[in-house]
Ligand binder design. Structure first.
Ligand SMILES: Nc1ccn([C@@H]2O[C@H](COP(=O)(O)O)[C@@H](O)[C@H]2O)c(=O)n1
Ligand SMILES: C[C@@]1(CO)OP(=O)(O)OP(=O)(O)OC[C@H]1O
Length: 159
């Protein structure tokens, strides 16, 4: 049995006239995240953690932001593709833990749905997926509401 761990981190700017999509859930808010894709910062950090654990690079390598195919891309589709890449190499997701760093909006009401969707996309039980949110106590770019950051840890196993 092989066991690996990877980490991921991502940041996107909060701007007007964009949807706010976090961990596969559209959140009602006055701003959204700017990106070539749907800018789901939580799933981007998670994909980087999974790819990192498998030694397969990062999302920029697999989904270049210069590629028109990924303009407005649904990050849940990208996540499922990453899971398939890992499965082709014999890896299964063991567990993941994601932290979303946002001053606002309050994310607690959406965490259960995020967890359910991410578990479905990863093909694991919800007990293997933890998603949490924190502010930075109004400090820094996240604290000023200029952007949202996310970090993730993933562990994977191969029989
Ligand atoms: N955008 C956020 C940020 C935080 N939460 C929840 O509030 C708790 C306290 O956050 P602190 O940054 O003050 O430690 C945190 O543990 C989350 O449960 C949230 O829902 N949405
Ligand atoms: C998934 C991609 C695809 O363009 O999304 P972006 O919205 O560009 O987000 P970023 O985290 O800057 O880079 C990852 C890209 O590969």
């Amino acid at each position: 049995m092989q066991f690996r761990v990877g980490t991921g981190f991502d940041v996107h700017a909060l701007v007007e006239n964009r949807s706010l999509i976090l961990a596969g859930v559209q959140i009602p808010y006055e701003k959204g995240l700017l990106g070539h894709s749907d800018a789901d910062v939580a799933l981007h950090a998670l994909m980087d953690a999974l790819l990192g654990a498998a030694g397969m690079g990062d999302i920029g390598k697999h989904f270049p932001d210069t590629d028109a195919r990924f303009e407005g891309a649904d990050s849940r589709c990208l996540l499922r593709f990453v899971v398939e890449l890992l499965q082709k190499e014999g890896w299964q997701v063991n567990n993941v833990d994601v932290t979303i760093i946002a001053q606002r909006p309050k994310l607690a009401p959406f965490i259960a749905t995020m967890r359910e969707r991410v578990a479905g996309d990863l093909g694991v039980g919800e007990d293997a997926v933890n998603i949490k949110a924190t502010t930075t106590e109004k400090l820094g770019f996240t604290g000023r509401g200029e952007g949202i950051a996310a970090e993730a840890v993933a562990s994977i196993i191969k029989a």
